[in-house]
Write a protein that binds this ligand. Structure first.
Ligand SMILES: Cc1cc2nc3c(=O)[nH]c(=O)nc-3n(C[C@H](O)[C@H](O)[C@H](O)COP(=O)(O)OP(=O)(O)OC[C@H]3O[C@@H](n4cnc5c(N)ncnc54)[C@H](O)[C@@H]3O)c2cc1C
Length: 498
């Protein structure tokens, strides 16, 4: 990773400093904020960028759906309160950062602008436009390292040479030794005098409506570092769920089978180092085992995908993915719609897609098999799925989402040929009694464990008797996968050619 072109502390002049906030909505372990607080009045500013609330290009869904937008608004409110508690203020402005920030720099005669680098390609383009504008406004900027667990500058390879295989990255990361400790929020921040803080946005203003909370959700997510810290305390310390995480993490339902910290990590309400520091403290004070290690392992997956995006840039969004495999993806929107709305006729898929629609969250296991079904059974362009997740997920993160989708579609960082999730096996292993299916597909709730995953096997007479109003499966699970395996292998040449 390239070092920041200009480091903070390079000029001594006193005067107002600005901190541009994006996906780093917290006060603790925040390097730009800490550096700014030492210098004078701080303009902490968040821009409501209209581009983030437009439609996705392929499927025309809101880029930021209501679940995530609500979380964002809550996170901004929480950050505003935290900054006010320190003497500071969160300024909220509408508009493109490259317009808003240089104009404010001129108006308020900022001495500098500080911000965290973001690995996203669009985010980098916006940052480049901001940099150009700030130069014209004669205001120097300083970029701080992206928010990863590992110190990317201390890795034995540059971003360009990042290994394509996770394990090689992980071993190098683990050899770094203990991860850097997070640091506390500044003791005090001086807010600029007489500046309008600006109102927080409402969902209506963003063109969205309040999402309806479904009583079947295992957990509700509230945006902000306060709620994130509470979740950390509850999951790691009070419930001690971390001590069993490796055994439970593949669960489909419940609040505690995994940490569910992703929404707070994705919005930067918690930094990965803050989470890791709690894991390390738990290991010192309670227990250290495979489960505690596994959370660190998953945080390294998060880092890995951040670096993958840094290395490959826009290529991560190509239909042929990082491997350049030109699979003849289908763009059948009617089929896609059945997947999106949970009406494929395959209960395990439908239950999961309805859960995502109703809650804005989905377990990691379910994300994997619904992704596999879309791409390996239906052969639909994986980017349609990635766009739907982008719209719907509370924890959407550009690198994690597109990196995982590319991987699941078989065109990303996966060196093991055509791999798919056998839906029957997944159902048997992870939803043996059919609880997940019955929760989200109530029309199947009277069925027993033998038929709940295969309602198409029930004789017509019985279907009528039980009033089962459920669609026939849109594909045969076995033959459809063979069809797309053949297409994938033809596109590669032979499956072991890479
Ligand atoms: C198709 C697909 C799309 C995904 N999209 C996203 C996304 O937009 N945002 C996102 O944060 N995660 C994404 N993931 C990864 C993973 O599913 C979620 O991070 C996880 O389910 C969140 O639940 P949790 O916080 O309980 O995770 P835990 O199991 O408790 O893991 C702890 C943390 O590690 C990180 N993590 C875990 N697994 C992964 C992974 N495979 N890749 C990257 N980071 C990981 C997350 O930050 C997570 O919060 C996606 C996975 C798939 C298969």
């Amino acid at each position: 990773m390239q070092p920041a072109p200009q480091q903070p502390g390079d000029r001594d002049a006193a005067g107002p400093v600005a901190v541009w906030l994006r996906r780093d909505l917290r006060t603790a372990d925040h390097a730009p904020l800490r550096a700014a607080a030492e210098r004078g009045p701080v303009f902490c500013i968040y821009c409501i960028d209209p581009r983030e609330f437009g439609a996705t290009p392929l499927i025309g869904r809101p880029r930021t759906g209501a679940w995530r937008a609500r979380f964002l608004i809550e996170a901004l409110a929480d950050l505003r309160q935290a900054l006010r508690g320190l003497g500071g203020e969160l300024l909220v402005r509408r508009g493109r950062p490259e317009d808003v920030l240089p104009a404010m720099a001129r108006e308020f005669e900022w001495m500098r602008l500080y911000y965290h680098r973001h690995v996203g390609t669009e985010e980098a383009e916006v940052a480049a436009a901001v940099e150009a504008g700030m130069e014209r406004a004669n205001c120097p900027t300083a970029r701080f390292a992206p928010q990863t667990l590992v110190d990317v500058d201390a890795l034995p390879f540059a971003a360009r040479e990042l290994p394509e295989v996770f394990t090689r990255f992980r071993l190098a990361a683990e050899r770094q030794g203990p991860f850097a400790e997070p640091f506390a929020a500044p003791a005090a921040i001086t807010a600029p005098d007489g500046v309008d803080p600006g109102a927080l946005p409402s969902l209506v203003e963003l063109g969205l409506s309040e999402p309806e909370v479904d009583s079947r959700s295992a957990m509700t997510f509230t945006g902000g570092a306060t709620a994130g810290g509470e979740r950390l305390a509850q999951w790691i310390w009070r419930g001690e769920h971390l001590a069993r995480y490796k055994e439970t993490r593949n669960g489909l339902h419940g609040a505690d089978y995994s940490s569910r910290l992703a929404p707070w990590l994705a919005h930067g309400c918690l930094s990965p180092r803050l989470v890791q520091a709690e894991v390390a403290r738990f290991e010192r004070e309670r227990v250290r085992n495979d489960s505690t290690y596994w959370l660190t392992f998953e945080l390294l997956w998060r880092d890995f995908f951040q670096l993958v995006l840094c290395k490959h840039g826009a290529r991560l969004f190509w239909p042929s993915g990082l491997q350049g495999i030109t699979v003849p993806w289908s763009d059948d929107l009617a089929m896609f719609e059945r997947w999106r709305t949970g009406t494929t006729g395959i209960p395990l898929i439908d239950a999961s897609m309805r859960e995502l629609l109703a809650t804005g969250f989905l377990s990691n296991r379910a994300r994997q098999f619904v992704g596999s079904f879309l791409t390996k059974n239906l052969g639909i362009d994986w980017r349609f799925g990635a766009e739907w997740f982008e719209s719907q997920l509370i924890d959407y993160d550009v690198a994690a989402n597109w990196g995982n989708w590319c991987y699941v579609a078989g065109v990303g960082n996966d060196a093991r040929g055509f791999r798919y999730f056998n839906i029957a096996t997944q159902a048997h292993k992870y939803d043996r009694e059919g609880d997940h299916v019955k929760r989200w597909c109530p029309e199947l709730e009277l069925l027993g464990r033998d038929t709940v995953h295969t309602p198409w096997e029930i004789p017509e007479l019985e279907r009528r008797m039980f009033r089962i109003d459920y669609p026939a499966p849109m594909v045969d699970l076995e033959s459809s996968v063979e069809r797309w395996r053949a297409a994938w292998e033809a596109a590669v040449g032979t499956s072991d050619q890479r």
